[in-house]
Design a protein around this ligand. Structure first.
Ligand SMILES: [Zn+2]
Ligand SMILES: [Zn+2]
Length: 122
């Protein structure tokens, strides 16, 4: 598989995922696509460098990747399968938490819990 094709395969898989993926998660989802783990790491690094991918770190769960052009969203981290799911929409009223004199320039919201699959398996 050519380098450009590998890059595209990685980019597509992230685009179709229901949340940001770690290199290992992405690799296992590509299982059978003829892409090795080292290649996945390289493609992710290149994607971050060329600005098509963004690395995301959530509550110490390791680095995950998602397409950079994704609209404003947050994440739900399953404490059982450790998968992060995209949550679209936002929280109103965060500014009311900011102390007087502080200027908020951004925010991150991570919800933690159990995803539907893990809840059903329990
Ligand atoms: Zn889960
Ligand atoms: Zn938000």
């Amino acid at each position: 598989m050519s380098r450009a094709k590998q890059q595209l395969t990685v980019f597509r898989a992230l685009g179709e995922a229901d949340g940001p993926l770690s290199a290992r998660e992405l690799w296992s989802r590509l299982g059978g696509a003829g892409v090795g783990l080292a290649t996945v790491y390289r493609a992710l690094r290149r994607g971050v460098e060329d600005g098509t991918l963004e690395s995301v770190e959530l509550l110490g769960g390791g680095v995950r990747y998602e397409p950079k052009d994704r609209e404003h969203h947050h994440h739900f981290l399953c404490s059982i399968c450790n998968h992060a799911f995209d949550l679209f929409g936002c929280v109103e009223g965060l500014e009311s938490l900011v102390p007087d004199g502080f200027q908020m320039t951004g925010h991150e919201v991570v919800l933690r819990g159990t995803c539907d699959e893990c809840a059903n398996a329990a």
